[in-house]
Design a protein around this ligand. Structure first.
Ligand SMILES: [Zn+2]
Length: 85
């Protein structure tokens, strides 16, 4: 789990761009991300106390942005903007 406000997301953005993980929406705020080895992760995106929180069930430690989380949150932000949130 990491916050878009506090995590260092630059490296994860670079990784996400290089690997193009596939993101599938389960429902608004919940996404399934397929990694480069075909493994899938569930990512949840939500707001808590004004921060954008991203929760991924991969092994990346708390507070560190992972590429799955960023791939999912970029779709989430695009969808949220379309919905007018
Ligand atoms: Zn992850």
């Amino acid at each position: 789990m990491f916050s878009l406000e506090t995590a260092n997301i630059e490296r994860a953005i670079t990784n996400a761009k290089a690997l193009h993980p596939k993101v599938k929406m389960i429902e608004f705020g919940t996404y399934e991300v397929t990694g480069n080895k075909g493994n899938t992760y569930t990512v949840k995106c939500y707001r808590k106390a004004g921060e954008k929180i991203v929760e991924c069930n991969c092994a990346t430690r708390a507070g560190v942005a992972c590429k799955h989380g960023l791939a999912a949150v970029s779709l989430h932000i695009a969808l949220a903007a379309r919905r007018g949130h």
